[in-house]
Write a protein that binds this ligand. Structure first.
Ligand code: SF4
Ligand code: SF4
Length: 213
């Protein structure tokens, strides 16, 4: 088996998708091009987890420009999809219908196992320690604990209460970044969300709206 065959097998064994964290606009186009050429079928661009780095408000126009470029050139090629575009289009549609939009782990019944063998409600919660444990690999999930924890974590920041966009930030990420559950998102966060909706709404598919792959 050649190195390329190994690489392709690895990609396909992992669902054909890669998560790319976008920490800056500068390499976005070149990175997506490389991901496409490497043989991935799907890529999720995550603008919201640049691991400690936040954007300045003045960075957003350049990000918006590059986001358009990658969507125009790569999204929906016969063998390639930017799944963040689909997700933002779908959540926009759900928001318009006033449906609740869940976060990835906490409200989507996520389960993650930490290196200590403890079970947490999502992968990032593993970093938060004992308070977020809802079971262990030895005893399984404690259903009552899980219910209480998910209910407690299902909290909105005050700032989002009256906002019609309803693109709520994850309350647990907020603990990681500010040590407070569901703290108010910073302006750059809101502007970044608005930018993503602004961009993806220009590429809405006509029919069917939701593409399942
Ligand atoms: S902290 Fe939030 S965004 Fe991060 S994995 Fe958990 S639910 Fe998902
Ligand atoms: S734009 Fe900001 S305030 Fe409004 S829902 Fe989204 S994160 Fe909350």
């Amino acid at each position: 088996m050649t190195v390329i065959d190994d690489w392709k097998t690895l990609i396909s064994n992992n669902g054909g998708q890669i998560l790319k964290t976008v920490a800056s606009h500068e390499n976005l186009y070149a990175d997506v091009e490389e991901i496409y050429k490497a043989g991935f079928e799907r890529c999720f661009l995550n603008f919201f987890r640049p691991y400690g780095a936040s954007y300045e408000l003045e960075d957003i126009p350049a990000l918006e420009h590059e986001y358009h470029r990658v969507i125009k050139d790569f999204h929906n090629l016969p063998d390639f999809t930017l799944t963040d575009v689909q997700m933002y289009q779908n959540t926009w549609r759900e928001q318009q219908s006033n449906l609740y939009v869940p976060h990835c782990g906490i409200n989507a019944m996520g389960i993650a196992v930490g290196p200590d063998g403890m079970i947490y409600p999502c992968d990032d919660a593993v970093m938060l320690g004992e308070e977020f444990v809802m079971g262990s690999v030895w005893d399984g999930v404690d259903k009552e604990k899980e219910k209480r924890l998910r209910r407690r974590l299902n909290k909105l920041p005050e700032k989002c209460g009256g906002c019609e966009l309803k693109c709520y930030p994850c309350p647990v990420c907020s603990v990681l970044n500010t040590e407070e559950l569901a703290s108010d998102p910073k302006d750059w966060f809101c502007e970044l969300r608005k930018m993503q909706y602004r961009v993806v709404n220009q590429y809405l598919p006509s029919n069917p709206f939701r593409v399942i792959k």
